[in-house]
Structure formats: structure tokens, C-alpha cells
Ligand binder design. Structure first.
Ligand code: FCB
Length: 443
């Protein structure tokens, strides 16, 4: 047993994403996004949709109350681009801005720091129709959107995250087609999507900084330490290639303005002179999403000739993701060592399990409690070892629409009954609340 103590100003809270919780996809002038199209094409595994999801668009005061009662002092939410600019460009939808205005005021009234993320995957469909992240045409519209939203909210929202997990958008959305917009464009499609998100991010960061000085600007990247399944040279090389694609194109893009050497040749046709300066930006805060390590091996027939190896793990979540809390400690310490210890926060960490509602009507999610305890302990350990980590936000406040898995995977610390939309805090909610309120963890 060890005792971890956290500073008074440590950020405790939860993250959500607009598309996964809001519902109301046809309300108040919202335009279509790529996930609506993907859903309409029958691509969601359980046949569900996000048309209602958690109905957060109407029930947000209840959700703020949940955050407040937990004793959380921070909340990362995303703003739906298609609510603000229904066509992706051009006319601004006042009702969309009004919604986030009310949400922000509600959070502040509850003493919760609003951390806004501009892009959690809901690309307006008209922009996808013009090439989406495969081309540069999205860069200007994204910067405009950033300027419009920050002009309205940055008097109250101090923390701005540009993107969420550009690597997942690129690999799943444009590489393998598992996510919207569902393209199977392989290696080049993946790298193009990454590069254009990097460019859009650089432009948006500059747009917001010009709009209002003194904000905390950052982005959110899903970092997963990549290990080779064996020490066979081809596995080691495959893991290094995957590390470059999955972690480094995004991370080194913003932090160093550098295309990783391993990817430079593959990216030379669409990285133009000046791009490396344009993607670099001295961010104030990096959000790190952590779920697990990646154990990779060489295997042909996949992008970059890399595939999943045996993780040699005996704990798994309902997503079939290995539970590897040490990976979070290692990641934070490697980041500290390699990037000069800039400020970071855990922007997502959590687990899906097949929750059961007990005879008492409660969800006693012991596995999720253990997951959270072990990962918060890793954060506590990294903090004690000098890592400049500012907070821990779990994924997620509510069970929600888990992308291509639909409503079938539950990540919430609060259960959502999708028939009644009633919210029931789980044991994991009480656990994290206790840690947040006391600033202490025994693990
Ligand atoms: C992350 C996403 C988030 C959620 C979790 C489980 O990759 O950012 O929206 O789906 O995984």
C-alpha cells in the first residue's frame, strides 16, 4: 500500500464528447456531420444511433449537478462544429453558440472549470464532401470556427483544446474505414489525414491566440507506448513504425514542428515548404488520453505492415483492451524526459465493462473501480517523481454512444438507462468523488 497525495489545485473531473452524449442531432439548426452519415449507412454495430444518446442537450443541468456533487473541479466537453456552422463554413448558427453559452455559465456557477475541445470527430458533412481531412481545404474553415467560438466563449472558458485524438480520426476514419467517414485509403490516407489535422490545429491555435491573449491553449492526443511483441528485428522495426504513425506525427508535429524521420518519405508529396513551422506551436497544456500500451508485430497486409501482437496481459476490458496501468506511469515519465516536462493532464482514462444493475438498483462496478484506482495511482507516482501533471479526467461521466460500437459499450461512472434516460451513479463515481474531495489515494 502506498499513499498518494495530490495538490489542492489538481484538476479532477470527467471528459465527454458532444456527439456521444448530446443527441438532438436535428434540433436548433444543427447541420449534418460525418457520423450522422456513417450511422445512416448502417455502419453502427448494434444498429443504434446518437440521435438521442444521453439527451445531454436537454439534460445538461442534471449532468452539471452530477459533476458538482462528485466534487469535481474540471470538465472537458467538446463543441459540436455542425451546431456552430451547419454547413462547415459561412453562416453561424446562433442557437448553437447559445447552447454552449448556457453550458459554460452553468459549469462556472457550479465552480467547475470548463475545458472546451473544438473537434471531437463531428466533421460537418459538407466539408467531408470537399475532401475532408484528405486535403487542406478544411484548414481555413477550422481556424474560422475556432475564432467564432472563442470570440463568444473565451471571456469565460480559459482552457481550449483543439483536437481530440487525431491519430484515431486518421487511422479509423481514413485508413481502415471503421469510423466515419469510413474510407479505406491505407497508409497515405492515414498520413494525409494526420497532417491536415496538424495544419488545422496550428491555424486554430494562432486564431484563438489572436482573438484573446492569456488563454491556456492545447490539444489532446491519445498516446500509447508501443512495444514490439518480440525482439525479432522485423517486430522491433514494425513497432517503431507504428510509434511514428500513432504517437509521433501528432505529438512531434505540435511540440517540435517535425515530421518523424520514419514517415518523411511517405509524406513528402503533401508536406509543403513552411508546413513544419505551421504545425508547431508552443502550447500551454497537453491533454493525454491513455487507455493501454500497444504491443505490435510485423505482419503484411495491413497499413505499415504492422499488426497487433500478444500483449501478455491477464486483465482486459470489455473493449478487449489490456489493462496496463504501469503504461501510464511510463508514458508520463517518458514525456517528461523527452519533451522538457511541460504541463500535461490526463484528458481521458477509463474502461468499458459489462455492467450489471444489482437487485438494489445500483451498479457495483468493482472492475472499473480497480481500473481507476490503479491508473490514478500511476498518476500519483509520476507526480511524486516530478512529472508536471496537472489533472486527471476520467472517460467518461456518462455511459454514451461509443462510436461504431453504438450504445453497447459502457464507459460511464454514471449509468444511463437508454429507455428512461435516468442517470445512476456507479460505485466508480463514488470512488473518484472520494479521491477528488480528499486529494488522497491509498493504493
Ligand atoms: C477515445 C475517444 C473517446 C471514447 C474513448 C473510449 O478514443 O476519444 O471518444 O470513445 O476512446
Amino acid at each position: 500500500m502506498a499513499l498518494f497525495t495530490f495538490p489542492k489545485d489538481f484538476l479532477w473531473g470527467a471528459s465527454t464528447a458532444a456527439y456521444q452524449i448530446e443527441g438532438a442531432i436535428h434540433e436548433d439548426g444543427r447541420g449534418p456531420c460525418v457520423w450522422d452519415t456513417f450511422t445512416d449507412a448502417g455502419r453502427i454495430q448494434d444498429g443504434s444511433s446518437a440521435a438521442v444518446a444521453c439527451d445531454h442537450y436537454h439534460r445538461w443541468p442534471d449532468d452539471i449537478a452530477l459533476l458538482k456533487d462528485a466534487g469535481f473541479n474540471a470538465y472537458r466537453f467538446s463543441i459540436a462544429w455542425p451546431r456552430i456552422l451547419p454547413s462547415g463554413t459561412g453562416e453561424v448558427n446562433a442557437a448553437g453558440l447559445d447552447f454552449y453559452d448556457r453550458l459554460v455559465d452553468g459549469l462556472l456557477a457550479a465552480g467547475i472549470r470548463p475545458m472546451a475541445c473544438l473537434y471531437h470527430w463531428d466533421l460537418p458533412q459538407p466539408l467531408e464532401d470537399r475532401g475532408g481531412w484528405q486535403g487542406r481545404e478544411v484548414v481555413g474553415p477550422f481556424a474560422d470556427y475556432a475564432r467564432i467560438v472563442s470570440a463568444r466563449l473565451a471571456d469565460r472558458v480559459k482552457d481550449w483544446m483543439m483536437l481530440n485524438e487525431p491519430n484515431v480520426v486518421a487511422t479509423h476514419g481514413y485508413g481502415t474505414g471503421e469510423h466515419a467517414p469510413g474510407h479505406k485509403l491505407g497508409e497515405t490516407g492515414i498520413l494525409r489525414a494526420l497532417h491536415h489535422q496538424n495544419l488545422a490545429q496550428g491555424a486554430a491555435l494562432r486564431a484563438i491566440a489572436a482573438e484573446r491573449p492569456g488563454l491556456t491553449l492545447g490539444t489532446v492526443i491519445n498516446l500509447q507506448p508501443c512495444r514490439a511483441e518480440s525482439d525479432r528485428p522485423e517486430d522491433v522495426a514494425a513497432a517503431a513504425r507504428w510509434d511514428a504513425v500513432w504517437n509521433r506525427v501528432a505529438l512531434d508535429g505540435v511540440m517540435r514542428g517535425k515530421i518523424p524521420d520514419l514517415m518523411a518519405e511517405r509524406m513528402k508529396d503533401f508536406v509543403l515548404p513552411g508546413d513544419e513551422e505551421a504545425i508547431r506551436y508552443p502550447i500551454d497544456l497537453l491533454g493525454i488520453n491513455y487507455y493501454s500500451r500497444m504491443t505490435m508485430k510485423h505482419e503484411t497486409g495491413h497499413p505499415f505492415d504492422v499488426w497487433w501482437g500478444d500483449a501478455h496481459c491477464d486483465r482486459w476490458t470489455a473493449m478487449a483492451w489490456p489493462v496496463q496501468p504501469d503504461g501510464l506511469y511510463d508514458l508520463l515519465m517518458e514525456f517528461k524526459r523527452d519533451y522538457g516536462n511541460p504541463a500535461v493532464f490526463v484528458a481521458e482514462n477509463g474502461a468499458a465493462y459489462d455492467d450489471v444493475v444489482g437487485p438494489d438498483g445500483q451498479v457495483h462496478d468493482a472492475e472499473r473501480v480497480a481500473f481507476l484506482r490503479d491508473h490514478v495511482a500511476s498518476v500519483g507516482r509520476a507526480l511524486a517523481d516530478g512529472c508536471n501533471v496537472k489533472g486527471y479526467l476520467c472517460w467518461s461521466l456518462l455511459d454514451n454512444f461509443e462510436w461504431a460500437f453504438g450504445l453497447s459499450k459502457r464507459f460511464g461512472i454514471v449509468r444511463v438507462d437508454y429507455d428512461t434516460l435516468v442517470r445512476t451513479p456507479k460505485d466508480s463515481y463514488r470512488f473518484l468523488s472520494e479521491v477528488a474531495k480528499s486529494g488522497r489515494l491509498e493504493a
